[in-house]
Each structure stands twice: as C-alpha cells, then as structure tokens.
Ligand binder design. Structure first.
Ligand code: HPA
Ligand code: ZN
Length: 357
C-alpha cells in the first residue's frame, strides 16, 4: 500500500543542496523520444558507418543548426537527423546511449517513445526498429536493474489509416511495447483524428498517452481524455488557460509529463522563470519533469530538474520529492515496483533531511 505522506524534515533542506538532491534522487522518466536523444556525435558516427552524406561539415556545424522558433522548425531537423538510423545495431546503439545517460541521472524506470513511421517511410523494416530498441532495454535491465519500456507513437501529421497500418505491422512484436502515443505537429491535427486507432490499441490491452496542449489549445487535452481515453497527457502545459480543465486534471489525478527545457527551446514559454510548473503543482496536479528530446534541447532529465529549480524560487525540496514521487505514480509499472521505488525515494529524502549537509 502506498502512503500519501511525505518524509519529515523537507523544509530543513537548504536551497544550496537542491542540485545534488535533484541529481541523486531516484526518478522515472516518462517523456523521452528515443530519436530525440540522437546526439550529433552519434549522427556523424552512424552516417559514416552507413555511407550517408550529411549536409553539415562537422558536429559543431550541425549543433549550430539547432536554433528553433517553434515545434515545426524543430521537427524538420529532428526527422532529418533520424535518417542515419538504418540497422538493428543503429537502433540498439541509440537506445543504449540514452540508457547510459539515464542511469547516470539515477533514472530507475524509463518509458521511451519511438516513432516507427519516421523509419518505415524510409524503407527500414519495423522489426529492425523494435528489435534494436528492445535489445537495449533488456540489457539495461539485466546489467543495471534499470527498467525500460517502449511506447509506440503515431505521427499525427500523417493519416489515421497510416497509424492503423503501423499498429498492424507492429503487432508481431507486441510483447516489446507497452503502449501507444501521439506526437509530431500538433496544430491542425486534433486527437480525435486518431479515435479508431486508439480504440483498437485499447482493445489490444495497450496503454495510451498523447501529446496535447504543448502548442495546441486546452480543447486538445479534453479530446485526448474524452475521445482517445489516454492515461497521461504529454506536455499539457496549456491547461492553465482553462480553470475548469485544471480542476478536472487535479480531480482525476491525470498525470502531465512536463518538459521544461523543451518548452523554452520551442518558445512555449519565454524563460524558465515564467514556466507554469509551480502553478501546476500548487493546483494539485500530478506533474512530472522529463527531457523530451535531450540531444536537441540542451539537457537530460537532471539538467531539466536542476535548471528549472534554479530559475524558480517556489520550487524546493518538497516539490523535488513530489515530482519524483509523481513520476513513479504516473508510470505504467506494477504496484509492487512502484512501492519499492517510492520506499527508496523516501529513504533518500530521509537521509538528506537528517544529514544536515
Ligand atoms: N512534440 C511533438 N512531437 C515531438 C516532440 C514534441 O515535443 N518531440 C518529438 N516529437
Ligand atoms: Zn514529446
């Protein structure tokens, strides 16, 4: 049974100890696109391995191109970068590199998005994608006890028929993914466009999540809930534009997977100090902190935590505990695993509160 109480002494932890506390606390990451963890160095390595010509002279020149004005300007470069991924080994290497970074950030559980259509449209078999990623997930669990699961995302700028065909094509490898998601260009592609494919996924026993309320309006969050029947909202930060919706999300304890550095790079907020995360927590929402596309947005999950807390004085040890706890609560892990992670989290904070420095 999970208790609702927080460990004692959180107020006694001084602000200067927050960065270390945030880095060392155990956490789950629930919003990470594996293609968005493709670092420029690995793009160059895979391009050389696969004989792919790149339109950039160097890693530095490629990184310099990462100046985005909105979601679409990011997606254009993100899909181009993924073009170097060709073989099962490439997908293994991609996921392994992310999992090494996640383990270093004390992530004990990761639910990882992948975009099969980005690869199948280029002629890469879906089995190549899934088997390479799943191999890395299995090995991370065997070697470090890091639990890593896959979520298959549909590209919302493509048709629902294409999404249905993708789900069908993935079914022989059903055991390797736990759910479906919805990503890519949000404006003009409301969740209800994908009602049938999400209904089919639910019948198959898959979990369901969707990006909504990143650039799209609060109505997209409502239709993700009411039509797609998702169990988490990815981003969801524009919910603050509707007091009624915020009250509903709090009442239903509907998790939001918030990605602060992404929101700054894609200009959802002008600066971290203006981010709505403190308001979401104050309203009682089950918000979590995640990296989204860490190779493109300037940081992995711990960078997101540390930079966001540094910019927002309203966030202290109590909110750090709440966010990590929310990440476990919002995950699709079993009750026993959640209880074990939360017990480890409690023990971590109790040690920090009693150590005094
Ligand atoms: N939003 C939508 N699609 C995406 C994102 C995102 O933040 N990252 C990768 N695909
Ligand atoms: Zn995302």
């Amino acid at each position: 049974m999970l208790t609702e109480s927080e460990p004692p002494g959180l107020d006694a932890i001084p602000r200067e100890r927050l960065p270390a506390l945030l880095r060392t606390m155990p956490k789950a990451e629930l919003h990470i696109h594996i293609e968005g963890s493709l670092e420029p160095e690995l793009i160059f390595k895979l391009a050389a391995r696969n004989g792919v010509a790149l339109p950039y002279a160097s890693v530095e020149a490629l990184r310099a191109a990462y100046a985005f004005s909105d979601l679409q300007s990011f997606l254009d470069i993100y899909y181009a970068g993924a073009g170097v991924l060709r073989t099962e080994q490439d997908f293994f290497d991609l996921a392994w590199a992310y999992l090494e970074r996640a383990a270093a950030d004390n992530v004990v559980h990761a639910e990882i998005f992948f975009d099969p259509q980005t690869h199948t449209e280029r002629g890469v078999p879906i089995s190549t994608v899934i088997l390479g990623l799943a191999h890395a997930c299995r090995r991370a669990h065997a070697e470090w006890g890091l639990s890593a699961k896959l979520i298959l995302c549909f590209l919302r700028h493509l048709s629902e028929d294409a999404a249905l065909a993708t789900l069908d094509a993935a079914l022989p490898w059903h055991e390797h993914f736990i759910g479906v998601g919805l990503d890519s260009s949000e404006r003009g592609h409301p969740p209800e466009k994908f009602a049938s494919v999400f209904a089919r996924a639910r019948v198959l026993g898959l979990h369901a999540v969707a990006h909504a309320g990143e650039e799209g309006p609060p109505a997209y969050i409502e239709s993700a809930l009411d039509v797609l029947k998702v169990e988490r909202i990815d981003h969801g930060v524009r919910c603050v534009e509707s007091a009624e919706l915020v009250a509903r999300l709090a009442r239903e304890r509907m998790p939001l997977t918030v990605c602060p550095l992404s929101n700054i790079k894609l200009r959802v907020f002008d600066s971290l100090s203006e981010h709505s995360l403190p308001a979401l927590l104050a309203a009682g929402l089950c918000a979590t902190v995640n990296s989204d596309d860490p190779a493109y947005f300037g940081g992995y999950v711990n960078d997101n935590f540390v930079q966001t807390f540094a910019a927002l004085p309203a966030l202290g040890a109590r909110e750090a505990y709440q966010l990590a706890r929310n990440s476990f609560e919002a995950s699709f892990a079993g009750v026993a695993e959640k209880a074990r992670w939360i017990a480890a989290l409690d023990a971590h904070f109790e040690r920090q509160a009693s150590s005094g420095g």
